[in-house]
Design a protein around this ligand. Structure first.
Ligand code: ADP
Ligand code: ADP
Length: 225
C-alpha cells in the first residue's frame, strides 16, 4: 500500500494561480476525496499528482519517493476519468488489456491478469463486446478494469461516476469502495458532489480557490459549523 504526500504544491499559468501551497497527506490504502466547487483546483491537483501537469513549486512523494520530476508512466499510478475514454473499435478484453500489450507483457501473464480483473468486475461474459454494446455502468467497469490490470497501488479518479444515472451511481460507489479495500488501493477521488464525498471518503479534502480549506474524516467536517 502506498502513501501520498503533497508538500507546498503551487500551480500558476502566467498570473493565474490555480493552487497556492497545497499540503496533503494521504494514508496508505485509504480513500481520499477532493471536494469543492468548479474551478477550485481539484483536477489540477490530480493532474499534478499524475504527472500530467508540472507543479510550479512544491514536491510530490509517493511511498516516500520523490516523483515530482517523473513522467506519468514511472509513478506507479493508474487513472480513471469521467468520460471513460474507451477505444470504440476494440473489444472489452482489448480495452482492458491495452496497457499490457503496450508494455509487451508476456501473453500468459496478460491472459491471467485479464481474467482476474474481469472476474473481479463481473465482466467475464462481456469480453468480446464493443463499448457501444455495454451499459454505462459496464463501460465504467471496463475503464476501471483498464486501470486495475496495471496493478498500480495508487489510483486517481476524476469524477468517474458523473455520467451514470442516480441508482447506478450509488451501486458503483459501494462497488468501488469494496474493490479499493480488497486491493489495498490508495485512491484519490475528485468530485463536486458532497453526498458522494461524505459517503465514500476516509478523508475529505475541501478545496477552495486553490487552497485546502479543511481536511478530515467526513463526520469531523460535518461537525463543524
Ligand atoms: P476544478 O477541477 O476544481 O474544477 P481545475 O483544477 O480544473 O478546477 O481549475 C482550477 C483553476 O485553474 C481554474 O480557475 C481553471 O480555469 C484554471 N486552469 C486549469 N487549467 C488551466 C490551464 N491549462 N491554463 C490556465 N488556467 C487553467
Ligand atoms: P473539469 O472541469 O472537468 O476539471 P475543465 O473543463 O475545467 O475540466 O478543463 C479541461 C481542460 O482544460 C484541462 O486540461 C484544463 O487544464 C484545461 N483548462 C481549464 N481551464 C482552463 C483555462 N482557464 N485556460 C486554459 N486551459 C484550461
Amino acid at each position: 500500500m502506498s502513501s501520498i504526500e503533497l508538500t507546498n504544491i503551487a500551480k500558476s499559468w502566467g498570473d493565474a494561480t490555480a493552487l497556492h501551497a497545497v499540503n496533503l497527506h494521504i494514508e496508505p490504502g485509504s480513500f481520499c476525496v477532493l471536494l469543492g466547487p468548479s474551478g477550485c483546483g481539484k483536477s489540477t491537483t490530480l493532474r499534478i499528482l499524475a504527472g500530467l501537469e508540472t507543479a510550479s513549486a512544491g514536491q510530490v512523494l509517493i511511498d516516500g519517493r520523490d516523483v515530482t520530476r517523473l513522467p506519468p508512466a514511472e509513478r506507479g499510478i493508474a487513472m480513471v476519468f469521467q468520460n471513460y475514454a474507451l477505444f470504440p473499435h476494440l473489444s472489452v478484453a482489448e480495452n482492458i488489456g491495452f496497457g499490457l500489450s503496450v508494455r509487451k507483457t508476456p501473453a500468459a501473464e496478460s491472459t491471467r491478469r485479464l481474467r482476474e480483473v474481469a472476474a473481479l468486475l463481473g465482466l467475464e461474459t462481456l469480453l468480446e463486446r464493443k463499448p457501444a454494446q455495454l451499459s454505462g455502468g459496464q463501460q465504467q467497469r471496463v475503464a476501471l478494469g483498464r486501470a486495475l490490470v496495471a496493478q498500480a497501488k495508487v489510483c486517481l479518479m476524476d469524477e468517474p461516476l458523473s455520467n451514470l444515472d442516480a441508482q447506478l451511481r450509488q451501486d458503483m460507489r459501494r462497488e468501488l469502495r469494496e474493490l479499493q479495500r480488497q486491493l489495498g488501493l490508495t485512491v484519490v477521488y475528485v468530485t463536486h458532489d458532497q453526498t458522494e464525498a461524505m459517503s465514500m471518503a476516509d478523508q475529505v479534502v475541501l478545496l477552495n480557490r486553490g487552497r485546502v480549506e479543511q481536511a478530515g474524516m467526513p463526520r469531523e467536517l460535518y461537525a463543524r459549523p
